[in-house]
Design a protein around this ligand. Structure first.
Ligand code: SF4
Length: 220
């Protein structure tokens, strides 16, 4: 995984995204003006021997693009880690920066796209470019059994990835808590994204999320 991560961090394959991540890191958000933004692609994080793989869509502009670690330093990660901690998948209920001591238990977390896209909307070419890294990550996770897709776009990305690489010929529909069987004995689980919008509208709450995470832990 170390060599893979080195290649990810150096990648400049998508001109639009390289330009955007540089722009964000230079302009910065007011409250982080004194910080040096990471400003590069964001790699996966966690236990490479883990059974569970959490997949988000892309780094947040002022979260992972600033801190350099997936789901770190923004409101989505605040909510996600409260839930992961309650389900005993993480050793703490916060994810603030690279040196905060965070560890995942039997789980790895990554992004379908390693660079932040404008408006959180990647194009097909960018997703295709980055799918090679996602492929390598999956191959490096030798004990992988369950993929938890955080949000519909991450779910569809995982689905298209398997469709392309394994000739999957059925349509999988995203739904919170829906579980599908994928090739190689892997299960794909749909889960609402832990975004402030989903939390504030009540679509997702800690109880619902923790209950799904606890259920996932028991899957074989
Ligand atoms: S999105 Fe992926 S392929 Fe595109 S520049 Fe970033 S790391 Fe490279």
């Amino acid at each position: 995984m170390k060599n893979l991560n080195k290649s990810i961090i150096k990648c400049k394959k998508c001109p639009r995204l390289v330009q955007f991540r540089n722009k964000i890191s230079k302009e910065k958000r007011k409250q982080y003006m004194n910080e040096d933004y990471w400003g590069k692609p964001v790699t996966g994080f966690g236990d490479i021997n883990g059974k569970m793989l959490f997949v988000g869509l892309a780094p947040a502009a002022h979260g992972a693009t600033r801190t350099g670690r997936v789901f770190t330093g923004d409101k989505s990660s605040d909510f996600l880690y409260k839930c992961l901690f309650k389900a005993k998948i993480s050793n703490q209920d916060t994810s603030n920066n690279l040196n905060d001591g965070l560890k995942l238990n039997n789980a790895f977390i990554t992004l379908a796209l390693k660079c932040v896209p404008p408006g959180d909307k990647p194009n097909v070419e960018e997703l295709n470019n980055c799918s090679n890294f996602f492929n390598h990550e999956i191959n490096n996770l030798k004990n992988l059994g369950i993929i938890i897709a955080l949000g519909k776009i991450a779910f569809d990305t995982c689905f298209y990835f398997y469709k392309k690489n394994f000739n999957l010929n059925k349509r999988l529909i995203f739904g919170h808590g829906k579980i599908y069987n994928l090739p190689n004995n892997i299960k794909l689980v749909g889960c609402y994204h832990p975004s402030p919008r989903n939390v504030n509208t009540g679509r997702i709450n800690q109880k619902k999320m923790v209950s799904l995470f606890k259920k996932i832990k028991k899957l074989n």
